[in-house]
Design a protein around this ligand. Sequence first.
Ligand code: GAL
Ligand code: ZN
Length: 663
Amino acid sequence: MRRWQGDGIHFGGDYNPEQWPEETWSEDVELMRRAGVNLVSVGIFSWALLEPSPGRFEFGWLDRVLDLLHDGGIQVDLATATASPPPWLARAHPETLPRRADGAVLWPGGRQAYCPSSPVFRERSLELVRAVAGRYAEHPAVVMWHVSNELGCHNVHCYCDVSAEAFRGWLRERYGDLDRLNDAWGTAFWSQRYGDWAEINPPRTAPTFANPTQQLDFLRFSSDEQRAQLRAERALLKTLVQQPITTNFMIGMNVKHMDYHSWAPDVDLVSNDHYLTAADPLAHLGLALAADHTRGVAGGDPWLLMEHSTSAVNWQPRNVAKLPGQLRRNSLAHVARGADGVLFFQWRASRAGAEKFHSALVPHAGPDTKVFREVCQLGADLRALAEVRGSRVDADVAILFDWEAWWAVELDSHPSVDVTYTDRLNALYGALWRAGVTADIVHPSADLSRYRLVLAPTLYLVRDADVEALHRYVEAGGTVAVTYFSGVVDENDHIRLGGYPGAFRDLLGVRTEEFFPLRAGEQVRLDDGSTADVWTEWVHPDGAEVLSSYTDGPLPGVPALTRHRVGDGAAWYVATRLDEPATDRLVARLLDEAGVRPAVPAPTGVEVVRRRDGERTWLFVLNHTGAQVRLPVAGVELLTGERCAGELAVPAGEVAVVREDRA
Ligand code: GAL
Ligand code: ZN
């Protein structure tokens, strides 16, 4: 792995000087220095300027920008600039434009208007990478390379003829022969049997439900095609440059279609973009989940927050601005959860273009603003936190997450549209957050041995090997909880016969004979006083003890919550959609059984996370409440430099980071 960490925490953002006259650039560098910015991403959307006509490159302006930054002591994460092709590409090669499932062409004029399978795009983009990397490989400002930008953000699924041909190639690789494909896709159904590869297409708009496995494979293929661009650019870069190579993922925010778990080996460091749903008063939970998931994708290593916002964005229906103090809480929450760098989109707010109402480090109103003052404050905070760089986050709980399970469970023609993938993930994560317990979000194939508790929300599609590993984990003393509509199908989206929850039947000691999804708004009660909705099923205990049963609804007397002792551990099954108080009670019982405690007990709404490096530990405390809190902590508070001898007071809305005294 190429080394990417500097002496402290990275701080900065996307810098798009090409949107401004050169006179502005020196002021930019002066303000960056004032704010403590030390890393900027340059050139992300510069293709049309760097190569104004095919094969003719103009690097003069970028030379001057990089030199200026270097003279100012600002390091550069240099983009390969392939994120959005210039208009000349589509004019010369209209077949590079992507198409929707109904055949509509997505035209240039926005961004990312290219077919991810286009050989023409691939070739032209790699020529650009060669030119840019060839010129700047040795530039002293460049410390990192930024492949493309948010690959797949707008063009992940292309249904054009070029993509159809690429899809066939991908299927040949996967299945080898048509018999195996017909088998995997279950084409005996609805007269879908394929006799020739040329008959196969992407799941274009059809009269009714398209074949589910065809859809699932197309989702896999589409993620792989985006990943292929990353791999191609990286392979070329590796022949030309020494610096670490990354691309910005979009983990969290409901971004569904890139399987970042599979992409992680293709970057030297994981970096992520995260934007709040600012209108949501509990948006900081979504932030925490995204950060914990990014860390999971990074295998627990420190990662880089490549983009977030200083205040409002421009692309939500109501772009709520951040209140004073929120920028600091948001940024430091990412650091608490393993980020070793905090970057933003973007340095200076644009005066033209679709993102002119997006916040930046330097707002339209200039540096004499709340935003720029908070940016300078954050720069100082991050300097004070330099020593946490490289440390890891303590977590005793794992939540299993698999993009393929997400894709499969949300295909059409299922028992209930109310069963969505992230619903139980968010519910369980929220309960842990309220209990002050940090979780790693990891792939089902991850090594689980270091965790005391493993949660498996809605793992509808699961591989045999991962089920076996979970079984061994429980036998060895682990505690696991699985929620409804898990284990139902194999990798081909074929039902596992013999009763639900299929793959988890033995582990959970239950057998379900029929699903009884509920009507919209319908609620059921359990004999422990809980309420639930969306889902019930006819569970028969088969070794498991019954913890609670329904008292009404379609299945009075049938188990809703069970627990199965397996070896030295236990496997719990949650067969219905518990409401929030019941989920909190369930998680409290699981934490208790597994012996998991919060880093430091704190009132609800106070986020506490511990980072650790050998013997040293740092406690991050983020007070999201409206009142001061006092916590039993001893050590040095790094943001103020003050000692706390046994009690730490954190005012409403504030953040504290304590290097703890050794116990
Ligand atoms: C990201 C993107 C940036 C900018 C930002 C706005 O999706 O990478 O270029 O568009 O969002 O929030
Ligand atoms: Zn295409």
